[in-house]
Design a protein around this ligand. Structure first.
Ligand code: G3P
Ligand code: MG
Length: 249
């Protein structure tokens, strides 16, 4: 049902490093994490980059957008300085760099497909195709903990991922679990529901589990809350507080 790690570092290294950077992966490792969630968006030239916001201004300085900028330019932009001077020069990573690092360090990945508006299907298909190519041997070996779980809030992105690489598992992200969640999850061939713990109830958790789906929550930063939702049957969650909630929580 949930062959994946229970506790996952959110956006790389949570609040211990700039989000969606290799420095974040290093921070996760320093706290013993071998499981990570991060976000992938396409550049103007159609290359998957690890970044959360479609527009510059928060983690990357300046004006402009990810979808309007070529990958080579994005890779030269500073995604670390906003977080702290010691992270100055930390670049926007290519998705393939994250794959290489995670494979080398045996870090399990929950890849959130984060399309810019209008690029849903293209992003889903690119992430699925690239992931399948890079994890061909692991997919053939057949142990789901050995290859990534894709997830997205975008139904269209996940449908495109399903069509491009049906063998890769998919988690359907819902801020709130809707009345028609199960029909949508079935259409997507999803293995799990990923949802905001703030809107979850014990009844909803029981319903998702009774229907045979994995249940994963974001983003849980208080240990007491983590214990509470795990007692409801939640299989796992991601956290920003990798210093408070460890991999063996
Ligand atoms: O994948 C769960 C979580 O990351 C979704 O929210 O905005 O942090 O990508 P966000
Ligand atoms: Mg995310």
């Amino acid at each position: 049902m949930w062959p994946y790690p229970k506790i996952v570092a959110h956006r790389g290294g949570g609040t211990l490093a700039p989000e969606n950077t290799v420095a974040g992966l290093r921070a996760g490792l320093a706290y013993g994490f071998r499981a990570v969630e991060f976000d992938v968006m396409l550049s103007r030239d159609g290359i998957g980059m690890v970044v959360h916001d479609p527009e510059f201004g928060r983690t990357v300085a300046g004006r402009g957008s990810v979808a309007g900028t070529d990958a080579a330019v994005l890779a030269g932009m500073d995604a670390g300085a906003w977080f702290g001077a010691e992270f100055r020069g930390e670049p926007v990573p290519f998705y393939t760099q994250f794959i290489d690092y995670c494979k080398a360090q045996r870090i399990w990945m929950n890849v959130e497909i984060k399309p810019a508006d209008g690029f849903e299907a293209q992003t889903g298909a690119w992430v699925a195709k690239t992931t399948r190519e890079r994890y061909a041997a692991e997919l053939a070996a057949g142990d789901p903990a050995g290859y990534p779980l894709l997830s997205s809030f975008s139904f269209a992105a996940l449908a495109a991922a399903r069509d491009a690489a049906p063998e890769l598992p998919r988690g359907y992200l819902l801020d709130q679990i809707t009345a028609d969640w199960q029909a949508q999850a079935e259409t997507l061939g999803a293995v799990a529901i990923h949802t905001n713990h703030k809107h979850l109830t014990p009844e909803l958790a029981a319903r998702v589990k009774a229907a045979g789906y994995g249940l994963f929550c974001y983003t849980v930063n208080e240990p007491a809350r983590g214990r509470e939702i795990l007692a409801w049957g939640v299989d796992g969650f991601c956290t920003d507080r990798i210093d408070l909630i460890g991999p063996a929580f």
